[in-house]
Design a protein around this ligand. Structure first.
Ligand SMILES: *Cc1c(COP(=O)(O)O)cnc(C)c1O
Length: 378
């Protein structure tokens, strides 16, 4: 079978080269006589895999030396608790709510601290981002939470806010689950970043936490030991058994990213340029059609997650997945090897996630289909 283009929001497509390498090494890693899943996490083989993955990630995203890189478990949703457990000191935390994921974070934090709504775009249906100058930041906030790419609503923060310039000394915490490694990160504006692996890195089960050292060491006493960043950092992410195979797969993805080239660019910079081109090609097709619509303000459209609707005969967006036109669209897509385009159940319609592993050819195949399907409706 030829491989399909898979537009799943997560767990999502991985680079074919990575899967093939993992398959080739499945039963015997580098002549060790064992597969990676069967190795002790404390043995020299796995330690070398771990150290390579960590240093490759640091190099790819130019993570400064005063940040720790932790490989944890529990995903982004567990981090909604683990971050306040570690950073809130039980005090006030400011939240910028820009979609489903930051809303979830805001709600979960109330178990451990006093979350404040500093800004929200809910009134606007999460179709734009509140301008940082309008955020109502609290001077005593322990940190400010922002989801830098809202996977469900398709809203991306293209420039991280400079909290200092807004008069705040609080560290910025970003949930970058669904666009990590798709672009550079300005670490001078970030205190902590977290993300699950299953969008842009590898299989579900690994959570990356990148945290500035000075923020460590203030976990609440109720914080589970395995989730205390300080303990995890002191033990090189091996306080408990880490998700070893997922870390190995993430490491293979990091090496794949390092090999990517676009003109004179390489690594994340090459992917960033490619991602800009992919997103433009898809949004242009949607904007120039009569049938499809994406309502997110152009300046904050996500490069990774592109939600869109087909219109009904009355011109209104068709939300229900079961509507015959939506059903026909998904069936026709599948027949062409374009998979998992159904939108998130909370918003309906369609969504194309075009993560790093989706090449330009995948977006071209999708756009060809969008045009053909629209013609067939006329
Ligand atoms: C997918 C996702 C999560 C949740 O990840 P889990 O692994 O299910 O916990 C959190 N935040 C964002 C932005 C996501 O895209």
């Amino acid at each position: 079978m030829t491989r399909a283009f898979n537009f799943s929001a997560g767990p999502a497509a991985m680079p074919l080269e990575v899967l093939q390498q993992a398959a080739a090494e499945m039963t015997d890693w580098h002549g060790s006589g064992m597969g990676v899943m069967e190795m002790s996490h404390r043995g020299k083989e796995f330690i070398s895999i771990y150290e390579q993955a960590e240093s490759d990630f640091r190099a790819l995203l130019q993570v400064p030396a005063n940040f720790k890189i932790l490989f944890m478990q529990g995903g982004g949703i567990a981090e909604n608790a683990i971050v306040p457990l570690n950073l809130s000191r039980g005090g006030i935390v400011d939240f910028v709510v820009t979609g489903s994921w930051s809303q979830k974070s805001f709600k979960e934090a109330a178990r451990y601290c006093t979350p404040r709504l500093a800004a929200s775009s809910q009134a606007d249906g999460f179709k734009s981002l509140p301008a940082p100058a309008s955020w109502q930041l609290d001077a005593s906030a322990q940190y400010v939470h922002l989801c830098s790419n809202e996977t469900i609503h398709g809203v991306e923060c293209h420039t991280l806010p400079d909290l200092k310039a807004l008069g705040s000394d609080a560290p910025l915490v970003i949930d970058f689950s669904s666009h990590v490694l798709s672009r550079a990160v300005d670490w001078s504006r970030v205190g902590l970043a977290f993300g699950g692996a299953q969008k842009n890195i590898g299989p579900a089960g690994v959570t990356l936490v990148v945290v500035r050292e000075d923020l460590l060491g203030h976990a609440l006493s109720v914080c589970p030991s395995a989730f205390d960043y300080q303990l995890v950092a002191n033990n090189g992410s091996m306080y408990n058994t880490p998700p070893t195979y997922g870390i190995y797969m993430a490491g293979l993805t990091f090496q794949w990213i390092a090999r990517q080239r676009e003109g004179s660019l390489s690594g994340v910079a090459a992917l960033e340029q490619r991602n800009i081109a992919k997103a433009k090609y898809l949004y242009d097709c949607i904007d120039n059609s009569q049938l499809y619509v994406n309502e997110v303000q152009a300046s904050c459209r996500s490069r990774m997650n592109v939600p869109f609707f087909l219109r009904g005969d009355d011109g209104q967006p068709l939300l229900e997945a079961t509507h015959p036109r939506n059903a026909a669209f998904l069936e026709g897509a599948k027949a062409r090897g374009l998979l998992q385009l159904k939108g998130h159940k909370s918003v309906g319609g369609m969504r194309a996630s075009i993560y790093n592993a989706i090449p330009m050819e995948g977006v071209e195949a999708l756009v060809d289909y969008l045009r053909d399907f629209e013609k067939a409706q006329a």
